[in-house]
Write a protein that binds this ligand. Structure first.
Ligand code: FAD
Length: 476
């Protein structure tokens, strides 16, 4: 029997798992005082995610449900069928969302909009996961930007709205128990599932436990406040130091919308030291989303199609090299530290993401999408736009890409950005006993690397020449 309520709306949460600064919640409140909060577990979105992202999502949903005093309905299935029947069940006149800007999300929302329209229910998109919705900032001739710095200038000139004033009291939340049976939150997957098939190094924590951030909006706000008060001033320099807590570690929260970037931008008003550098990094996130919005095919293909003919390695030897890279057993300590940090924490420092990505593409001569897929599987912040386009940036085939001849040297990067070697020692236990600079190149020790740690699987200087040869071939 249908238990119809009058004058109510649905708020369909997706990548906006918060109640503060929530434009779609504000829009729902304008339509009706009563609102049912719903999240749909959609297999198509969950499939590429490994244990870390799934666990973080499950915990974030639990935190949101607690914030709502249990009034969050969890459903499983295809949103195209689930939402129209739920809207009919509660008698909702509209379903409210924050716009999704990725290729799958846009198509899904069009399909849900059409399915709801046939029942005369409106799908209302208000706001997005970005300060400025992708597609809005354009060149004077209306064309999208292809280069970051002019985009950044135009993005700042365009500006953004003030944060929406919303919280748990913005609407009268409908108790889901009066409407439908909630699906249970899935059990947290075993982290070992994601690393099955990898040869994990001795002492690795990745197979048994994951050190993930505390989930939820209030945890996200305190991470932000601590960073703003204690680390922002030194961010322009320390953000490149993987051995220091120099960056915000907000990416997982921003990805799942526990915080909106506009909340951060509003907090950065004024000229406090570090604010400009931090705004610029947030703008990279917006730039990549804008590029993917205009060119959705770049999730799978080179932005610069001239690179389609680059020669990559394949076959058993390439697969063995890829497996060593995934496991953090390349013999290059900084590369291995980064890849093991990814497996242990579902996160990797930005400087090290660049170093390991360059190593995969330019030292191992493997296609960027193999590494991008591994990142997407393991990153808590795994985000199609930021991930695929940063990979392309490193590979040289993306927009505003690093020139193809800029090849990160894993030894000098390590010496420069992890000067004491503490980052390496934290994640590579086999090298913990090494003192001094030998930790950056343990193969130079008189007896070679300590037992259990491999010799380098390739020689950087040689592979650099080989990468340049292959890139030169496509230039010609
Ligand atoms: C190969 C590669 C893959 C990446 N994949 C992802 C990904 O899947 N998801 C993701 O969120 N970021 C990705 N990044 C960007 C960046 O590494 C992370 O956003 C950053 O390390 C997150 O740590 P943080 O929150 O401490 O960053 P901070 O330095 O504190 O920056 C603040 C925020 O700005 C944004 N940001 C910073 N740098 C970038 C950037 N280069 N591109 C886009 N946004 C940025 C993030 O949202 C970040 O949380 C990737 C970078 C590379 C080189």
């Amino acid at each position: 029997m249908s238990r119809r309520t009058e004058d109510c709306t649905l708020l369909w949460f997706r990548r906006d798992l918060r109640l503060g600064d929530h434009p779609a919640l504000a829009a729902a409140a304008e339509r009706a005082g009563r609102c049912l909060a719903v999240f749909v577990l959609d297999d198509r979105l969950l499939a590429p995610a490994g244990a870390a992202r799934r666990i973080f999502l499950i915990r974030s949903l639990r935190a949101l449900r607690e914030q709502l005093a249990g009034r969050l309905l969890i459903l499983a299935g295809d949103p195209v069928t689930v939402l129209p029947s739920l809207a009919a069940e509660v008698g909702a006149g509209s379903v409210h969302i924050s716009a999704d800007c990725g290729p799958y999300g846009r198509q899904r929302d069009d399909d849900v909009r059409a399915a709801l329209a046939s029942a005369e229910v409106e799908l209302v998109a208000t706001g997005s996961p970005y300060a400025v919705a992708p597609g809005r900032v354009r060149k004077q001739d209306g064309e999208p930007f292809r280069v970051f710095t002019p985009f950044y200038r135009a993005w700042q000139e365009h500006g953004w709205r003030a944060p929406a004033r919303t919280d748990e009291s913005t609407v009268d939340w409908i108790d889901p128990a009066t409407v439908a049976e909630s699906a249970p939150l899935p059990a947290e997957p075993d982290p070992k599932e994601s690393t099955a098939g990898l040869t994990l190094p001795p002492g690795s924590t990745a197979s048994s436990e994951l050190a993930l951030p505390e989930p939820g909006e209030s945890a996200a706000r305190s991470v932000w406040q601590d960073f703003r008060d204690q680390a922002l001033a030194d961010y322009p320099v320390d953000r490149d130091r993987p051995d220091l807590p120099g960056s915000s570690r907000l990416s997982g929260y921003l990805h799942w919308g526990a915080l909106h970037p506009r909340t951060l931008l509003a907090d950065l008003a004024g000229d406090q030291p570090g604010a400009e550098a931090f705004r610029r990094e947030l703008a990279w996130r917006e730039f990549h989303a804008d590029v993917l919005w205009h060119r959705p095919e770049t999730a799978r293909h080179n932005y610069d199609r001239r690179f389609d003919t680059v020669e990559y390695d394949s076959g058993p030897a390439a697969d063995t090299a890829f497996a060593a890279w995934c496991s953090g057993l390349t013999g290059y300590p900084v590369v291995d530290a980064g890849l093991r940090q990814l497996l242990a924490e579902g996160w990797m420092h930005n400087r090290i993401r660049m170093v390991v990505a360059s190593f995969l593409v330019k030292d191992l001569h493997l296609p960027w999408w193999r590494g991008a897929r591994h990142f997407m599987r393991h990153l808590v912040d795994g985000d199609l736009a930021s991930n695929q386009l940063n990979w392309q940036w490193v590979a040289g085939c993306g927009t505003d890409a690093a020139p193809y001849f800029r090849i990160f040297n894993p030894i000098t990067q390590s010496q420069k950005f992890d000067p004491s070697g503490d980052y390496i020692r934290r994640y590579v236990p086999e090298l913990r006993a090494l003192t001094g600079r030998a930790v950056h190149q343990p193969w130079t020790l008189p007896d070679g690397p300590p037992a259990g740690y491999p010799l380098p699987i390739v020689e950087h200087a040689e592979e650099r020449k080989e990468a340049l040869r292959r890139y030169d071939a496509i230039k010609r």
